[in-house]
Design a protein around this ligand. Structure first.
Ligand SMILES: [Zn+2]
Length: 257
């Protein structure tokens, strides 16, 4: 990530001890980075109760990569490898989660059938804040089908995420009312998060869900929250590769631990 992007996203790096409950509208909160997760950093650092102090909508995973995390309406669910959901206990930790106190800036009625590609084109047509900031997304609707996946809990020694994804289970949910939640990160934010669109789904009964690959939406509503800043909690040893000045600040913060 270059300095201009860090500036554009208003990224603030925090250590766990610095976390305070804060629920500021339009501020994205994330734990760790996708770069650390890709490298196999699956040990949870932040408890779900702390994550939920920073937002009521979002996604991520759980300690030991134990399923896909779906946060909707302030409740945390985890998709087991077969696509069934379980409740996440407040004390469960997460190695990677992204949430926002969701407040829609834009609402767009959707008329299907819309594939995921067409749905995301509608999203991109409603980003007046530009493509260099982070947008949170929520889609409530009736779906003919949703193609999704989850991943199995990992045992140590952890393997890189690319190897785990080879073990993913893909499933199809049919004829359901559901909510999709997620984010759109700028294409050059790859050190921080999944770039482009990233959506997780939970059905209306909060019984099934996962990481979304594709869908056919019959009808529904899209809501977008244009974020103003990203607060990133970085576990020990994790940093956002940015400028020399920021790297020095991170190094100095680590010395103080
Ligand atoms: Zn995902």
């Amino acid at each position: 990530m270059d300095e201009r992007l860090v500036h554009a996203l208003h990224v603030q790096a925090l250590r766990h001890a610095e976390l305070r409950p804060e629920n500021d509208a339009h501020v994205v909160f994330q734990t760790s980075t996708i770069g650390a997760l890709l490298d196999g950093a699956y040990d949870g650092d932040v408890a779900m109760r702390e994550v939920l102090e920073h937002g009521d909508l979002g996604l991520g995973t759980l300690d030991a990569l134990d399923g896909e995390l779906i946060v909707v309406d302030g409740v945390a669910h985890a998709a087991r490898v077969d696509g069934t959901l379980r409740a996440v206990a407040p004390g469960e930790r997460t190695p990677f989660a992204v949430v926002i106190p969701f407040a829609a800036d834009v609402r767009v009625p959707l008329r299907g059938p819309l594939t995921l590609q067409r749905l995301l084109a509608v999203v991109d047509a409603h980003l007046p804040g530009g493509r260099r900031i982070v947008h949170a997304l929520r889609v409530d609707g009736r779906f003919e089908r949703v193609h999704a996946r989850s991943v199995p809990r990992q045992e140590r020694p952890y393997r890189p995420l690319v190897d785990v994804v080879a073990q993913q289970r893909v499933f199809e949910l049919r004829d359901l009312d559901a909510t999709m939640v997620g984010f759109r990160f700028p294409s050059d934010a790859d050190a921080l998060n999944v770039t482009g669109h990233h959506l997780h789904v939970a059905d209306a009964a909060r019984a099934h869900g996962g990481h979304v690959f594709d869908c056919v939406l019959a009808e529904g509503e899209l809501a977008i929250d244009h974020s103003s800043a990203v607060h990133a909690e970085l576990p020990p040893g994790v940093r956002i590769a940015t400028t020399a000045a920021q790297a020095a600040a991170v190094a100095s913060a680590e010395r103080e631990r």
